[in-house]
Ligand binder design. Structure first.
Ligand code: PLP
Length: 415
């Protein structure tokens, strides 16, 4: 996968969980669909067929990456839209069939795309159970079992990997628990962060619905996908011309879909190598930060099968995360405190709250997320900047917190 040199500029981009630079090969694949092949895929002439053919190829490429059939992929306008169709569409369909089905189960650390969909359902008469997580962000499977009602539960929605910490849930096991309680419940997983970072097979996981997004995998923005297992039924939440099996009406974003397909094809060929390199770089970053900056904690589970290879999440005691972000940006390092949407709204992270972080711990949080374009030199440089910025900020904010300081730097658990 090659990324254009000028997207690197002199800055260091460590916010790849928010969005990624588009791969060169993806751009090349998209260009003809912005210029030569502009037909509406619904048109009954050769221009339309050209577009349809391109969409069908992309459907194959996306489905191959996630172990699904091409017919099980619905293209959407984003990961958010796929989550909305999955959660709301499945809930409304179930309640239409059986009015007793008015209960949703989700985790306390979902992305807002799922959280807000559940809130919307709540406003429309559904009950929502939020599963607690432990300090590492892992869902309590016992609580999942307890929460399922054979009579009432319509949908379970638990993310495959978390966008702030990178924790990977044991979805296959969670699906098994749900199926033991009831085989009428639809299981949705938000795989937006997991796509391309860990091998995914929808059929092996046993899920009914899965949301994915293109711009997290070096594809274009404004295109996502919903895996809808053969035989699973959801209501449409957008009305119109009936595109994408009536589930996502609206003229297809042909060049975006082509780009998404190409990004998936590239990952199918190269994701093992890419992720190995990214994991090494991430581990180098973590080691350096822990060795060079005092009073820092690396958050999330130990064990590489429980965390994404590209995300590193830290708490810097005595530092305000937003000040840290601004100072890092001034020095040319782009990072995040967590989800991009949450930062804009300046709200406290519900994910870290659910994981039991105190307010000063939430406030001192920083997410660094890597991509294939990052280099060892960039990591070294970024850590040097981070160290200087943290030192400076701490000068103005003495370490006055009553936290258990022993958990900082002492019990760091690498992968
Ligand atoms: N779900 C998760 C876990 C995400 O991280 C994101 C984006 O950050 C989304 C859903 C939303 O995806 P999109 O940006 O394509 O709407």
């Amino acid at each position: 996968m090659s990324i254009r040199e000028d997207t690197r500029r002199s800055k260091i981009y460590l916010d790849n969980a928010a969005s990624t630079p588009i791969a060169d090969e993806v751009v090349q694949e998209m260009i003809p669909y912005l210029t030569t092949y502009y037909g509406n895929p619904s048109s009954l002439h050769s221009f339309g067929y050209d577009s349809i053919r391109a969409i069908n190829l992309a459907r194959k490429q996306v489905s191959s990456l996630i172990g699904a059939k091409p017919s099980e992929i619905i293209f959407t306008g984003s990961g958010t839209e796929a989550d909305n169709i999955a959660v709301k569409g499945a809930a409304y369909y179930a309640r239409k069939k059986d009015p007793r089905k008015n209960h949703i189960v989700t985790s306390a650390i979902e992305h807002d795309a799922v959280m807000e969909s559940c809130l919307d359902l709540k406003r429309n008469g559904f009950e929502v159970s939020y599963l607690p997580v432990d300090r590492d962000g892992l869902v309590d499977s016992g609580k999942l079992e307890e929460s399922i009602s054979k009579e009432k539960t319509a949908v379970v929605s638990i993310m495959l990997a978390n966008n702030e910490i990178g924790t990977i849930q044991p979805i296959q096991e969670l699906v098994r628990i749900v199926r033991q309680r009831s085989d009428a419940v639809l299981f949705h997983t938000d795989a937006v962060q997991a796509l391309g970072k860990v091998p995914i097979s929808c059929s092996e996981l046993g899920v009914d619905l899965m949301a994915v997004s293109s711009h997290k995998i070096n594809g274009p923005k404004g295109v996502g996908g919903l895996y809808l297992r053969e035989g699973s039924k959801v209501n449409a939440i957008i009305s119109g011309g009936g595109q994408e099996k009536y589930l996502r009406s609206g003229t297809e974003n042909v060049h975006g879909i082509v780009g998404f397909g190409k990004a998936c094809e590239l990952l199918l060929q190269r994701s093992d190598n890419i992720n190995k390199a990214i994991r090494q770089l991430r581990d180098q970053l973590v080691k350096k930060i822990i060795a060079e900056i005092p009073m820092v904690r690396y958050n999330g589970p130990s064990g590489s099968d429980l965390r994404l290879p590209n995300i590193a999440h830290f708490t810097f005691l005595g530092v305000n995360g937003e000040d840290l972000l601004m100072k890092l940006d001034e020095h040319g390092v782009a990072a995040s405190t967590g989800s991009a949407c949450s930062v804009r709204r300046q709200k406290e992270s519900h994910v870290l709250r659910a994981m039991g972080f105190s307010l000063p711990e939430i406030s001192g949080s920083l997410r660094l997320s890597l991509g294939p374009q990052n280099t060892e030199e960039e990591i070294d440089h970024a850590v040097a900047i981070l160290k200087a910025v943290v030192e400076k900020l701490r000068e103005f904010s003495p370490l006055k917190y009553t936290l258990d300081r022993n958990c900082y730097n002492h019990n760091i658990r690498g992968d």
